[in-house]
Design a protein around this ligand. Structure first.
Ligand SMILES: O=P(O)(O)OC[C@@H](O)[C@@H](O)c1c[nH]c2ccccc12
Length: 258
């Protein structure tokens, strides 16, 4: 059993308590995310609100999610990711909903989606983007969930970690692919993972987002040079006491580093 098996097992159990049909509310159309990934210089940044994780334990348990999101926006984040998984990451849907009330950038609901009702829940709590993690889905479920989220007007990041998963992702012609530098089965983090995969697949007409393990302008520069148009940053923002400066540094705006 890997930690990922544990996470999915807990998720399946939680889903038993979901109503058979999770009804959709009427809400504003999800904000476009793709357009924010086309910046000419620098690199787009998605700041993640993450209290804890199975690999790090508590990261910032005292954080106020609204203040955190405000600091991300002030710093110039192009989108905000909110963990809603509770058991391992201490996140919640109320975090997502609270932030959605103040956010003027697209919001990613970061969770382990295996069922359409979770997509409805994300939609109902103000998400603009959802994540589909290839390794926890078979081909049929991946396609089905992708098409369903797309039909609601949500943006979708299809997350892969290795070449096999990337090949599976490409079969559904996604607009945006996230390359996780962290192996969710072993927790090993290596940002050269994005570089290696994009060397081979970077010419595709797809927006790539480098995820995890990005801590410095030099790291961000490597992700940009590899061909990523955006990056997802959690821990180094959650642990920073000068979030706005950190974001500017990582977006390669106010620095010549790298
Ligand atoms: O804290 P980091 O190393 O900057 O990573 C952020 C993000 O990429 C990571 O939290 C993540 C990427 N994919 C996920 C899937 C589920 C949970 C979490 C994740």
């Amino acid at each position: 059993m890997t930690i990922l098996d544990d996470i999915v097992a807990v998720k399946k159990e939680k889903l038993l308590a979901y109503p058979k049909e999770e009804q959709l509310i009427t809400r504003k159309k999800p904000k476009d995310f793709k357009g924010r990934l086309q910046a000419e210089d620098g690199i787009a940044l998605i700041g993640e609100v993450k209290r804890a994780s199975p690999s790090q334990g508590d990261i910032n348990a005292v954080m106020d999610p609204l203040k955190q999101a405000e600091a991300y926006m002030k710093g110039g984040a192009d989108a905000i990711s909110v963990l809603t998984e509770h058991h391992f990451f201490k996140g919640s849907f109320s975090d997502l909903e609270e932030i959605s009330k103040i956010a003027d950038v697209p919001l990613l609901n970061k969770d382990f989606i295996i069922d359409k009702r979770q997509i409805n829940r994300a939609y109902n709590h103000g998400a603009d983007i959802i994540l589909l993690i290839v390794t926890i889905l078979d081909d049929a479920a991946l396609l089905d969930l992708y098409q369903y989220a797309d039909s609601l007007g949500l943006n979708i990041i299809v997350e892969v970690h290795n070449e096999d998963e990337l090949k599976r992702a490409l079969k559904i012609s996604p607009v945006i692919i996230g390359i996780n530098n962290r192996d969710l089965k072993t927790f090993t983090v290596d940002i050269s993972n994005t570089e290696n995969l994009l060397k081979k697949y970077g010419s595709q007409d797809i927006h790539f987002i480098a995820e995890s393990g990005i801590h410095s302008a030099a790291d961000a520069q490597r992700m940009k040079a590899a061909g990523a148009s955006g990056m997802l940053v959690g821990e180094s923002l959650m642990r920073s006491d000068s979030i706005e400066e950190k974001i500017k540094e990582l977006k390669l705006g106010d620095t010549n580093e790298g």
